[in-house]
Design a protein around this ligand. Structure first.
Ligand SMILES: *Cc1c(COP(=O)(O)O)cnc(C)c1O
Length: 371
């Protein structure tokens, strides 16, 4: 039993992947080959947005977005205390100040009321909020209707970090299409992953798209040896684009399989765990299936399950505002993040988990008594 079984997926698609890689080896356009542009077109269509700009990874996608929005020294970016490090790391990387706020315990996503309070508190401290980064934690889109209304009222840009959320939606609007600009990651373990690093930016703005296209290739202008601004070297490899083109075709079916597994877990485990809450009209991509035990310590649950052959993982053990590298930045109190960092853990989840495997995990959990 694997936590995220990439080999099960590969076994299913291997001949097609081999053929796609062979085609890239044959044409030899390893940098910005035709597969990169074909993928960008298909991803934009999938999300339902005007522009997709691929790049080297999900962290660069966030950094490029901040650079395109001209966020830098003197600016503050408000974000959640509960996420992967990248979400906040990119803010000081462009010279801005991160400001952390708390989450909603049932969804693990940034709390709109806490965001509103955080904007006021940051201003009271003399900070100048310019943007918000909201995260689609564990695959569930954040509450964008409310977050967008707050950003509009307060005059802030909104960035959607959909590194985990790609494949999710709110009332039929897909993750990757919220805010001014959205980002995702194709790290192998993400819902849509490649066989290395990869990422993408999504936007409806022609201006932001043009800036991102320039910034990902050293701030290029009309041609390769004309440079308009300081940028990054952050292109998506053609081989990774070819792999993603194949995987995108299988992605809808994998999402259905993830949803089946999640529904099965949630139906059978509600007595022992607080299971993820999916608000009406929302669809998660189920990047992770994360629970809070109703009784027993997390460590005891995890070691009992490990002995029974069920791998688990903790996302995340430390809040961003408690990380050594970030703890000196301003933050509101984040009691919910602190509690969940001590309590949550995640069960196996991927697009090739079958009913029998989930049943087996459920039976083992229900037979476990983690003192
Ligand atoms: C994985 C992840 C990232 C970064 O993606 P990489 O491709 O690994 O750089 C950013 N934000 C969140 C929420 C993530 O889960």
């Amino acid at each position: 039993m694997q936590f995220i079984d990439l080999q099960a997926q590969l076994a299913h698609i291997r001949p097609a992947i081999d053929a796609r890689i062979a085609k890239v080896l044959d044409h030899g356009k390893f940098i910005m080959g035709p597969e990169v542009f074909e993928l960008e077109k298909k991803l934009a269509e999938y999300v339902g947005i005007k522009h997709c700009i691929s790049c080297a990874n999900g962290t660069d996608a966030l950094q490029l977005s901040l650079m395109a929005l001209d966020i830098g020294p003197g600016d503050t970016v408000i974000t959640t205390a509960f996420s992967f490090f990248s979400t906040a790391e990119v803010i000081p990387l462009v010279g801005a100040t991160p400001y952390f706020v708390d989450i909603i315990p049932s969804t693990y996503n940034i709390c709109p009321e806490a965001l509103q309070a955080g904007i006021h508190n940051a201003r009271k401290q003399g900070l100048k909020p310019k943007a918000v980064i909201a995260v689609d934690m564990f695959g569930l889109p954040a509450n964008y209707p409310e977050i967008q209304a707050i950003c509009d009222k307060e005059g802030l840009y909104l960035i959607e970090d959909a590194a985990q959320g790609f494949g999710g939606s709110i009332n039929g609007q897909n993750a990757g299409s919220f805010g001014d600009i959205a980002t995702t990651s194709f790290f192998p373990a993400k819902p849509l992953g490649c066989y290395g690093d990869g990422g993408a930016i999504f936007t409806d703005s022609d201006e932001l798209a043009t800036l991102c296209e320039s910034l990902r290739v050293h701030g290029k202008g009309e041609h390769k040896y004309q440079n308009m601004r300081i940028g990054l070297n952050s292109r998506l490899d053609t081989i990774q684009a070819a792999i993603l083109l194949e995987k995108l075709g299988h992605f809808p079916q994998e999402l259905i399989q993830r949803q089946k597994a999640a529904t099965h877990y949630s139906t059978e485990l509600a007595a022992v765990f607080v299971t993820p809450a999916i608000p009406e009209g929302y669809q998660s991509s189920w990047a992770q299936y994360t629970v809070t035990p109703k009784k027993g310590k997390r460590d005891n649950w995890m070691s009992s399950l490990k002995k029974a052959g069920i791998p688990t993982a903790v996302y995340y053990p430390i809040g961003l505002n408690k990380q050594v590298a970030l703890q000196h930045y301003p933050s509101d109190p984040t009691p919910i993040t602190e509690r969940l960092c001590e309590q949550v853990f995640s069960l196996p989840m991927h697009g090739y988990l079958d009913h029998q495997q989930v049943d087996n995990i459920i039976n083992i959990i229900n037979a476990t008594n983690p003192i």
